[in-house]
Structure formats: C-alpha cells, structure tokens
Design a protein around this ligand. Structure first.
Ligand SMILES: Cc1cc2nc3c(=O)[nH]c(=O)nc-3n(C[C@H](O)[C@H](O)[C@H](O)COP(=O)(O)OP(=O)(O)OC[C@H]3O[C@@H](n4cnc5c(N)ncnc54)[C@H](O)[C@@H]3O)c2cc1C
Length: 352
C-alpha cells in the first residue's frame, strides 16, 4: 500500500494527511517545529470554501469550536465615514493561525495520523533500488515512503527539490502587523470586521468575543530584510494610522506586547508543482498575500483535491497531473487578485 510522507504540519500538511487517511492512504506528517504552532501570531479567516473542505475531512466541527464567526465587513474611509456594509458569504470563521494548527494537529492525532514534531526536512531523493523516496532531516534522521507531499509553506524546501529553478517568494510591498488590544474600544459587533482605507495603511479589526480587539495593519513601504521587533512593528503601524480620524490609533495604543509583524510575500506562479514522486500543496505551491484572506482556505482545498486524485488514479504521476490541472489556474488567479488588492492597499475577507 502507498505510504505518503507529508513534510510540514501546518494547515495544508495536516489537512492532506487527514484527507489521505480518509481515502485509505497512510500518511505521516513531519513538522519542523518542536511543538504545535505556538507563534504569537497572526489570525486569519477560514472562508466558506475552506470550511467546505474541512467538512469533507470531518474537521469542520473542531475548527468551529475553536473559532469565532465572521459574518460581515464594515468599510470606512480615513475620516471614519462608513462606506459600505458587506455580508461575508457562508460560514466563515476567524481564529489565530496557531490555533488552527493546533486544532488540526490534535484532530489528526485523534484520527490515528502520526504528526512527528522537531523534524526539519533538509533533503529528499529517490530511495535506493526502488521507486520510493527517502527524506533526510536536520537531526540526522531519515524516513522512507512511496510519495512525498511538500506542505512546507512559502519558503518550501520541497519546491526547490522538485525544481532547483523554482521561484523564490516575491515581496508584496507591504509590512503586515497583527495585534491584540485589551477591550473593545470601538464597540464593534462580535461577528463583524471593521476595515479602514486609511491615508497611509489599510487597517482592520474585529472584537470576536474574547474581551480583546484583534487588529491588523498593512503598511506599504520598503522591505525590512533584517526583520522588526514587536515594538518596531507596533510603532510603524501607529505612525501609519495616527493622522486618520478612526479608532485605529486608540486600538493600537491599547495593545501591549501582543504584536507581531513582518514583510509580506507571495508566489504568483510555480512552474512545476510535482515530479513523479513529490508534489506541493498550500503555500509551497501558491502563496497569496493576506489581502484576499484565501491562503488557508486554498490550502485546505488542495488537500481534499490531492487525496481525491490519488484515490482515483493509482499511478501517482497521473494523479499529480490531474490534481495540478484542477488547482493551478484557480489558485494563481486568487494570488493575482490578492496582489492587486494589496497594491490598491485594501482588502476584505470576502473579496474573492
Ligand atoms: C500575516 C498573514 C495573514 C494571513 N491571513 C490569512 C487569512 O485571513 N485567511 C487565509 O486563508 N489565509 C491567511 N494567511 C495565509 C495562511 O496563513 C497560509 O496560506 C496558510 O497557513 C498556508 O498553509 P500551509 O500549510 O501551506 O503553510 P504554513 O501554514 O506556513 O505551514 C507550513 C508548515 O511547514 C513547516 N515546515 C516548513 N519547512 C519545513 C521543513 N523543511 N521540514 C518540516 N516542516 C517544515 C512549518 O513549520 C509550518 O508548520 C495569512 C498569512 C499571513 C503570513
């Protein structure tokens, strides 16, 4: 029976292993981090298409239990004028990215899927004398399987093993800051996102019901290759919203150390999603800027599509080709739409 090695235990990796397991194909997940996703991190919205994919693998309920509803977007200008109301279609849910990782990893373990932490894949090659693949880890360990799924995110090692000329991530022109402020100073409804087309930044916030306001700012500017401290990112966001007549500055000022920021990247196209033994899913294949709020949902859809293709086609090369044909165009279009939104310095969670 085919055994699949899944590299990366994030959204795409766990979902792929679960979908394969459901299709009767054994899979083991190898995750570089020593424990479940603990980054202070960003939050995200799983949109209706992502929730539908979760439902297929039976993981929708546990994600719903760990998240908050996202039902509408209220758009404002830099003077605080309400521009419009938009309903978010379907059962969209907001949660921290680290929570989504943890929930999916726990659910995978409960279903009997092994998720091995502390295993950073550094190399993979055809196994000696067979048609399989051997993976090598940074700790000196090895694993053998029939196929390798690269779910190792935007800086994917697998992408470059499949194609040494594969593109590297592109800077989107924006520094993205996420924070969690005490209270709900703007009095926003618990299932609504408020989004502000500020004069120098796009600012969004929601108060989902945990006593805090979750916010993000997308600040256009040069890359900061050396990275930024939480304080620097917070100051950057504050400086970009300070002149606007909106609650943004007050929300940022009500935020302590719970801030994280970084330059945002995307991957408009990856020419080779697979060879005969290795295949990419999620950000490893098609990372979008956060503006379209589709990265996690697309990763979940990939997982379901890849497992269905492998179930249907016994020859992996045929399955990988079918999977790529199904997913490439749609995901590339979403990445492009997200980049355009980011350039226009806006976004909404329901914009795709
Ligand atoms: C700031 C920000 C905001 C976002 N907002 C949204 C949003 O609102 N909605 C949305 O849908 N998406 C959003 N996204 C995108 C979303 O987070 C990603 O698209 C999604 O996490 C992709 O899942 P993935 O599993 O492909 O990659 P990741 O979630 O990055 O997971 C990759 C995993 O692989 C592991 N890994 C990496 N290299 C190796 C290796 N060599 N060996 C073993 N393991 C490895 C990593 O540790 C990680 O756990 C946002 C992204 C960012 C950065």
């Amino acid at each position: 029976m085919t055994k699949v090695l899944v590299v990366g235990g994030g959204v795409a990796g766990c979902a792929t292993a679960l979908a394969l397991h459901q299709a009767g194909i054994p899979a083991v997940v190898y995750e570089a981090h020593p424990s479940g996703g603990d980054d202070a991190g960003a939050f995200l919205t799983v949109m209706a298409n992502g929730m539908a994919a979760l439902e297929v693998i039976g993981a929708d309920r546990c994600v719903v239990d760990a998240s908050y509803p996202a039902g509408a977007v209220e758009l404002f200008d830099a003077e605080g004028r309400h521009l419009r109301h938009r309903a978010i279609e379907g059962p969209a849910r907001t949660l921290r990215r680290a929570t989504l990782y943890r929930v999916l990893q726990d659910f995978a373990a409960a279903r009997g899927v092994r998720v091995v932490h502390g295993k950073r894949m550094v190399d993979a090659r055809r196994a000696d004398g067979g048609g399989g693949v051997e993976v090598r880890f940074a700790d000196g360990g090895r694993a053998e399987g029939d196929l390798l799924v690269g779910a190792d995110g935007i800086h994917s090692r697998t992408r470059h093993l499949i194609d040494p000329q594969a593109p590297t991530p592109r800077y989107t022109g924006q520094h993205v800051v996420y924070g969690y402020a005490d209270g709900n100073p703007a009095g926003s409804a618990s299932d609504a996102y408020h989004m502000v087309f500020g004069s120098r930044a796009f600012f969004g916030f929601t108060a989902p019901g945990d006593g805090r306001t979750w916010w993000f700012a997308r600040v256009t500017g040069e890359r900061r290759p050396g990275g930024t401290t939480a304080e620097q990112s917070r100051d950057l966001a504050l400086a970009a919203v300070r002149d606007d007549t909106t609650p943004a500055a007050a929300i940022i000022q009500a935020t302590g150390a719970a801030v994280v920021g970084g330059d945002s990247y995307d991957i408009p196209t990856t020419p080779h999603w697979h060879d005969d033994r290795m295949v990419l899913v999620g950000d490893a294949a098609h990372a979008a800027s956060p503006a379209a709020a589709q990265g996690a949902s697309m990763a979940l859809e990939d997982a379901v599509a890849l497992a269905a293709a492998l179930r249907e086609h016994p020859d992996p090369a045929v399955a990988f080709t079918a999977y790529t044909a199904l997913r490439r165009q749609q995901t590339e279009e979403t990445v492009a739409a997200s980049a355009q939104l980011a350039r226009g310095h806006g976004s909404t969670p329901d914009s795709t």
